[in-house]
Design a protein around this ligand. Structure first.
Ligand code: F6P
Length: 506
């Protein structure tokens, strides 16, 4: 690590530790300084980081760190389509799909998405016969984004009923079969590499299910979503039904590419396009806004302050919105697969903790299950609350009122705490939380919200000096599974015993 980085981290670690209450008492402008409403065209999002321990001095030190980490140049490279993933020699061009990036990549992305739109609209118009259901088969980044977006946006209307199946456990696919009529079901096989064993095995079984249930040409019902179109052809998908995307789009950043096909088919092209437009607005905010007013950057400073300086091992996200119940799962992959690393982008050991464990759930359910630990446990857990001012439901407004009141009450309680003569009834308080309050959780806002987290993850990585775009840590387990399948190799005594007990090995 360079001397400049080292001394910036040292400076960040030297700040005194006033409590949140003291910070508010000392600065009447604290709320204005650490919260702000971002108006992005039709989107309104309030970011409130005032209930964290960030101070102006801490932010200034993070800006010094950003300078030492060449933050602005890394951000420029990201949007210029230059290599930001050095271990794989790749750019990371998910923003180009949203129209923000290198001109040629934006053009290519636009052409690929136009092709996808034609296919989606043709299917809606009956080109493949009557289609009522889509079984979308993919895993990791090829499933989590589509599952989140379809769930969030199709609550009141869905053009096609979408089932996302990821797990190799056949129970998952059987559940989808049970909900679909084979005569009107389309299968999307979503895999960047088109080699992932779970996805390819599920895809084979889905084809068999169609064939066994009277569909004459099962492979005519398959749409391939992939960055390896030649593999999809080999597997037997007709080129007219292959929707490719660029190799420079990472798996966990691929919702915006043809991997988003189920969103476009399920809720309509208009919503899919609105999601891209909302994400583009966040791209522009992140790309063009000075660091001291840049929300993904500020959020990253807070993340790193807690994980690196205060030793927080986890960070929790609670969506007070049922439509975002899959957001914690999505963020787990985005943050943990991107930033769960032990070496820098140059291959040196990292100089501090990297990504904390991301976890969470939905409010108010989580209040009655895990919030005890947040309020009185011994661990520091920075919390994000996410809510929408406009309700997603049409029931008695009491539902939404109670939901929001609870959300805000939790943040207030974590900060204020409460003293009691009875230690069991005391709350220490001074526990940090941030709140993201959107005007309305429409498609555009969802796009902006996801892009905010992508850029926050990138900002975290750059400040830590790591490469967020590779994921070699997932390979070893896959390799051993392959060896088990091939047979002939001996493993440790425990693994051998498990193989024997389950009938998988001798
Ligand atoms: O094993 C991890 C991973 O490579 C993820 O990064 C990716 O999103 C997922 O597997 C699925 O990969 P693919 O889209 O190539 O099937």
């Amino acid at each position: 690590m360079s001397d400049a980085r080292q001394s910036a981290w040292k400076a960040i670690g030297l700040h005194q530790d006033p409590t949140l209450a003291e910070l508010f008492a000392a600065d009447p402008d604290r709320l204005a300084a650490f919260s702000g409403r971002l108006e992005l065209d039709e989107i309104g999002i309030l970011f409130d980081w005032s209930k964290t321990h960030l101070t102006q001095d801490i932010l200034t030190d993070f800006e010094t760190l950003a300078e030492a980490a060449d933050f602005e140049d890394m951000r420029r490279k990201l949007f210029a389509g230059e290599v930001v993933n050095p271990t794989e020699g790749r750019a990371a061009e998910h923003a180009a799909l949203r129209g923000v990036g290198k001109e040629s990549s934006v053009e290519e992305s636009g052409a690929l998405l136009a092709r996808m739109r034609l296919l989606v609209e043709a299917i809606h118009e009956g080109a493949l016969g009557e289609i009522k259901h889509l079984i979308h088969i993919g895993i990791g980044g090829s499933a989590l984004g589509p599952a989140l977006a379809v769930d969030a946006l199709s609550r009141d209307l869905s053009l096609v009923d979408v089932h996302v199946v990821s797990n190799i456990d056949g129970c998952a696919l059987e559940q989808a079969f049970a909900a679909c009529d084979p005569a009107t079901t389309l299968i999307a096989v979503a895999s960047k590499t088109f080699t992932t064993i779970e996805t390819m095995t599920n895809a084979e079984s889905a084809l068999k299910w169609l064939g066994d249930n009277g569909v004459d040409d099962p492979s005519g019902r398959v749409i391939a979503l992939t960055a390896s179109p030649e593999k999809a052809v080999e597997w037997g998908v007709d080129e007219t039904r292959i929707l490719p995307f660029a190799e420079s789009v990472g798996g966990r950043y691929s919702l915006w590419s043809s991997i988003g096909f189920p969103v476009a088919l399920g809720v309509g092209w208009e919503d899919f396009a609105a999601m891209l437009a909302g994400a583009a607005m966040m791209d522009e905010h992140f790309r063009d806004t000075p660091l001291n007013e840049n929300w993904p950057f500020r959020a990253a400073c807070s993340d790193l302050y807690y994980s690196r300086i205060r030793g927080a091992q986890t960070r929790a996200v609670f969506a007070y919105d049922e439509r975002l119940s899959l957001l914690p799962d999505y963020l787990q992959q985005l943050e943990m697969e991107s930033n769960g690393k032990s070496v820098t982008a140059q291959g040196q050991p990292v100089d501090g903790a990297t990504a904390p464990i991301t976890w969470g759930g939905v409010g108010t359910d989580a209040q009655h299950a895990v919030f005890q630990l947040l309020h009185q446990g011994t661990r520091l857990v920075p919390v994000d609350f996410i809510a929408s001012i406009a309700p997603g439901d049409e029931l008695d407004p009491a539902h939404h009122r109670i939901l929001l009141m609870n959300c805000f009450a939790q943040g207030a309680a974590l900060m204020a705490g409460k003293q009691s003569d009875d230690p069991a009834r005391s709350y220490s308080g001074n526990r940090p939380s941030a709140t993201i309050l959107v005007d309305d959780l429409d498609a555009m806002t969802l796009g902006a919200l996801i892009a905010f987290h992508e850029h926050r993850t990138f900002a975290n990585a750059v400040l830590m000096g790591i490469n967020p775009f590779d994921q070699f840590g997932v390979e070893l387990g896959k390799e051993i599974a392959r060896k088990i399948e091939q047979g002939g190799e001996r493993f440790d005594a425990s693994t051998e015993a498990l193989l024997k007990a389950s009938g998988l090995g001798g």
